[in-house]
Design a protein around this ligand. Structure first.
Ligand SMILES: Cc1ncc(C[n+]2csc(CCOP(=O)(O)OP(=O)(O)O)c2C)c(N)n1
Ligand SMILES: [Mg+2]
Length: 361
């Protein structure tokens, strides 16, 4: 770090966000590297989807990378992350390898869910990335259960559960928050608030502000600019420490914006938002460009170093695609793997745990 002090700041009069948020240059450069990998990875997924290598649904996170990097990178390995279906980059941020995520998107046996989950169901118990959930809001009660387990066993991990803005009008969201509050569970409920649930603006489906949604349950609500990865990192670093120390559940309105359509099968802007709105966001709210400007202002990176970093990110995305493409599809036996069911003597599947001898033909 001594070396950085001798570098000239591009604009010495501007406040330095690295100082403001207590983030080292090295950490900020790592966040840049991470976000570039997420962006290039998703662009590769986009390409692969377009040529039919990826089937089913595919929801890209492009534009929202700051929210993932900033909130997950401060966590410990033994902390849990659970998410909805726009989760590829969150899985990468938690440590699932790009190869395993891409192979899952391709439906290959080497994927994080053995190729049976696909884009919406990335799962990796080793890194404590607990999915990948397609039912809007469905993950919120599940993550609350993990919070209960942590408390019951006297552990000191925390859980972050992400949801979209549409999830807060689901009944399960409120039931889960109520229980988390009663039991003071170590869960951070994070709304990745990109202002739209498919084609519906949040303002059309709520008369209260997002940040107030947890108030009735006595859970503190916070609002954070998810496009600013440094602000997000500093906020979650401090919040995770507080929750680990017993502060109880928290609710975060993590404001962000998606640069692509709802899913790969939807138009980028559609009829619910204008082309100008999307273009303005891409120009003014790109988390990667925002961090680039900060790093350049601080004299921490120059164009050549940035391009080299980007080249490395492109290579990681390309390698993941090549790996996925060369991987085998799951065999027919995979149909019976990881299924909680038994086949009885009549060859019928039973899901009630009665055992192979039980049941009727
Ligand atoms: C219970 C349920 N209802 C409806 C759907 C269909 N659906 C899929 S995504 C979506 C919108 C969700 O928007 P949001 O929560 O804001 O997340 P975002 O896509 O913006 O990340 C809906 C309604 C679903 N998957 N689950
Ligand atoms: Mg949304």
């Amino acid at each position: 770090m001594a070396e950085t002090k001798t570098k000239a700041r591009r604009n010495p009069k501007k406040p330095d966000p690295l100082v403001q948020f207590g983030i080292s240059e090295e950490l900020a450069l790592n966040l840049m590297r991470d976000m570039l990998v997420y962006r290039r990875f998703e662009e590769k997924a986009e390409e692969a989807y377009a040529i039919g290598k990826i089937g089913g649904f595919c929801h890209l996170h492009i534009g929202q990378e700051g929210a993932a990097a900033g909130s997950i990178k401060p966590l410990r390995d033994d902390d849990y992350v659970m998410s909805a279906y726009r989760e590829h980059t969150q899985a990468l941020a938690k440590g699932v390898t790009p190869n395993a995520v891409m192979a899952e998107l391709f439906g290959r046996a080497t994927g994080s869910s053995g190729g049976k989950g696909g884009s919406m169901h990335i799962f990796d118990a080793k890194t404590r990335f607990m999915g990948g959930h397609g039912i809007v809001g469905g993950q919120v009660p599940l993550a609350t259960g993990i919070g209960w387990k942590i408390k019951y066993r006297g552990e000191d991990s925390v859980v972050i559960v992400y949801m979209g803005d549409a999830a807060v009008n689901q009944g399960g969201f409120h039931e889960a928050l109520n229980m988390a509050a009663i039991w003071q569970l170590p869960v951070i409920y994070v709304v990745e608030n990109n202002a739209y649930g498919m084609g519906t603006a949040f303002s059309r489906v709520s008369t209260t502000d997002m940040v107030d949604k947890s108030r009735a349950h006595g859970i503190p609500g916070h609002s954070v600019n998810g496009q600013d990865v440094l602000e997000t990192y500093a906020f979650f670093r401090d919040l995770a420490a507080e929750v680990r120390g017993g502060a109880g559940p928290q609710f975060v309105d993590l404001r962000t914006y998606r640069f692509r359509g709802h899913s790969m099968s939807d138009p980028v802007s559609g009829t619910y938002r204008s082309v100008e709105e999307v273009e303005r966001a891409k120009e003014q709210l790109d988390p990667i460009a925002m961090l680039r400007d900060t790093l350049m202002d601080a004299g921490a990176i120059d164009q050549a170093a940035l391009e080299e970093m980007d080249q490395d990110a492109r290579q990681i995305a390309q390698d993941a695609t090549d790996f996925a493409d060369a991987s085998p599809l799951p065999g027919p036996e995979a149909l019976y793997a990881n299924v909680w069911a038994e086949i009885n003597k009549h060859g019928r599947l039973f899901f009630d745990g009665r055992g192979a001898e039980g049941g009727t033909p």
